[in-house]
Unconditional design. Structure first.
Length: 311
């Protein structure tokens, strides 16, 4: 298709940071997912981490003058290996879709049936993939990005205190990761996913010092994760309280605690919520987080899959 933009693919995250680092640094909150994932992948590859079997690539988008205007990526380990699509002009998003489909076909990768990110760009990207493969489009979890520049701690605070998770907590952390997304779906009023989304590498995250637990009388009652800084921005998540411990203010206290630590360290702090989850949106607004932008996840269900579901 005709476009004033161009697309260049990368398999090396370090090369992406070299080429697109200025753009990521200029929009560190909006592009925090791309920045943090790319930084972590670069560190892992540099340490000798073997390349995973699932798709892992980045696409740098340039305008007619060669200036980098966007970075897309396909790095998620779980099917359908969702593509992250940044805010792009309509023609650039459509060009990205065609280039990604060409690459996917050549590499024998799973089809591009899921995209997440900026609403207009994701819709344009998905229209092109749907046009190529047919099927119907369904909207998945709607995300909202928030940032806090000041924190209002809960008063009174709940009992207990925050601590970093250790490898002694590995089974607990891994188990909570497994149920987190399905329980979040129910809380947002959606049926839980048929296959729970698993967050891989719990032991690595613990050893990185990115998993926090809220303890009450020696019992862990809540978990919050916090990604390491990428271009001066930390991103909080996941945030999980088991059902039997909810309603006591642990999530609010924990997020306020580690967000304040990040701000005092000189970092900016952000997080994502499910727009359909009234509990989390209310909690984070009360702490001091303010909405930055909304994002969308669109999924293409091929005709054959739709028919088999009906049968």
């Amino acid at each position: 298709m005709t476009s004033a933009h161009s697309i260049e693919f990368f398999d090396d995250p370090a090369a992406v940071l070299d080429v697109a680092g200025d753009l990521l640094a200029a929009e560190p909150v909006v592009l925090s997912v791309i920045a943090s994932v790319t930084h972590k992948a670069a560190r892992l590859f540099a340490s000798g981490w073997p390349r995973p079997a699932h798709p892992m690539w980045w696409a740098v988008v340039r305008d007619a003058s060669g200036v980098v205007v966007g970075v897309s990526m396909r790095t998620m380990s779980e099917p359908p290996h969702t593509v992250w699509v940044p805010a792009l002009p309509d023609d650039a998003a459509r060009l990205l879709a065609h280039a990604a489909m060409d690459r996917t076909a050549r590499a024998g990768e799973a089809p591009l049936t899921s995209a997440n990110g900026s609403v207009p760009a994701v819709r344009a990207f998905t229209e092109e993939t749907q046009r190529a493969m047919g099927g119907t489009v369904h909207e998945g979890r709607p995300d909202r990005l928030w940032e806090a520049t000041r924190i209002a701690r809960p008063d009174p605070a709940p009992s207990g205190s925050a601590r970093l998770a250790t490898l002694d907590d590995l089974d607990l952390v891994a188990g909570w990761f497994t149920v987190f997304h399905s329980e979040a779906d129910v809380q947002a009023g959606r049926p839980p996913a048929s296959e729970p989304l698993r967050i891989h590498g719990a032991s690595d995250l613990i050893e990185e010092g990115t998993i926090w637990l809220w303890d009450v009388d020696g019992e862990a009652v809540h978990l919050t994760g916090m990604r390491p800084p990428a271009f001066g921005v930390v991103r909080i998540g996941p945030v999980y309280t088991p059902a039997e411990h909810r309603g006591r203010g642990y999530a609010r206290a924990m997020v306020a605690e580690i967000a304040q630590r990040a701000l005092e360290a000189g970092d900016r702090v952000c997080l994502y919520t499910d727009r359909d989850n009234p509990v989390s949106n209310r909690v984070y607004a009360a702490i001091g987080f303010e909405p930055v932008l909304d994002q969308v996840n669109l999924v293409v269900v091929p005709e054959a899959a739709a028919v088999s579901r009906e049968i």
